[in-house]
Design a protein around this ligand. Structure first.
Ligand code: CDP
Ligand code: CDP
Length: 230
């Protein structure tokens, strides 16, 4: 092989992709790539520039011309640091405004083309744990390890609620989170371009009742087993 291994992790919101992918990357000495952060950054830029969400031409131009930079978070618990056109948007891309509009932006084919191209460039040499919705099915179809993480909507909403409460935000209800997650699931899995879908050769892990450590260990074990086959 002319590149190092790639681990692709896909699944719906709150399945544990980012948390688990960071742990797996740290354990195996691989680079962690959060592709959702890239779609969030473009969404932030669209809102920041006041472009209408359905102005696909203007958004296409923005997505193909923007510069996105990613760097690891401060520690294993922190999300990646993100810049778009040199604006530090690490915090801003997690806002409710971005979260509720990102699926509409991510459904536009020109946006996907631009970001997938960048992801594939970063992944050329391998040595990567990439996480998103279309990694195993589209971005890195030849990844050595493909994981599809799931959990019930209720469990995923409870996890998100815990995250908000830890940040001191208590004005969000579990019902609202369930509704938001179900709506994003629906938009992400029914869009025309690269919808959220389990690749036929992906291993599905249902994470209800499993800890982050347990899920991480399952993936690391599977990676080692797969690697011995190559
Ligand atoms: O962390 P969370 O699961 O809430 O979302 P994310 O991974 O940050 O992704 C945010 C949104 O970006 C998703 O709801 C998708 O609409 C989009 N996305 C995508 O379309 N393709 C990817 N590879 C990653 C994210
Ligand atoms: O990236 P994604 O949206 O798939 O999920 P995440 O942001 O990594 O995980 C959402 C929350 O669920 C985090 O607080 C994780 O620590 C937690 N989690 C969990 O409690 N149990 C798991 N097996 C995986 C994640």
């Amino acid at each position: 092989r002319d590149r190092q291994a790639i681990i692709a992790i896909d699944g719906p919101a709150g399945a544990g992709k980012s948390t688990v992918a960071r742990q797996v990357a740290a354990k195996l000495g691989l680079v962690y790539l959060d592709t959702g952060a890239m779609y969030r950054a473009v969404t932030w830029l669209v809102l920041h520039e006041g472009i209408a969400l359905d102005d696909e031409c203007a958004i296409a131009e923005l997505a193909s011309g923007c510069v996105i930079e990613l760097a690891p978070g401060q520690d294993l618990q922190s999300p990646v640091q993100v810049w778009i056109n040199h604006h530090d948007v690490t915090q801003a891309i997690r806002s409710i405004a971005v979260t509720s509009n990102v699926s509409a932006i991510a459904a536009q084919s020109a946006v996907r083309q631009a970001l997938v191209k960048q992801q594939q460039r970063w992944g050329k040499k391998g040595g990567l744990v990439a996480e998103g919705r279309d990694i195993g099915s589209h971005v890195f179809p030849d990844a050595e390890v493909k994981i599809f993480l799931t959990a019930s909507v209720q469990e995923r909403a409870r996890r998100r609620l815990r995250d908000f409460q830890k940040q001191g935000q208590s004005d969000i209800s579990l019902e609202q989170l369930e509704k938001d997650i179900a709506e994003r699931d629906w938009k992400d899995s029914t869009r025309k371009v690269s919808p959220l879908k389990k690749a036929p050769d992906a291993v599905e892990i249902s994470t209800d009742g499993l800890s982050v450590t347990e899920v991480t260990e399952k993936i690391v074990d599977y990676y080692q087993q797969r690697l011995s086959q190559f």
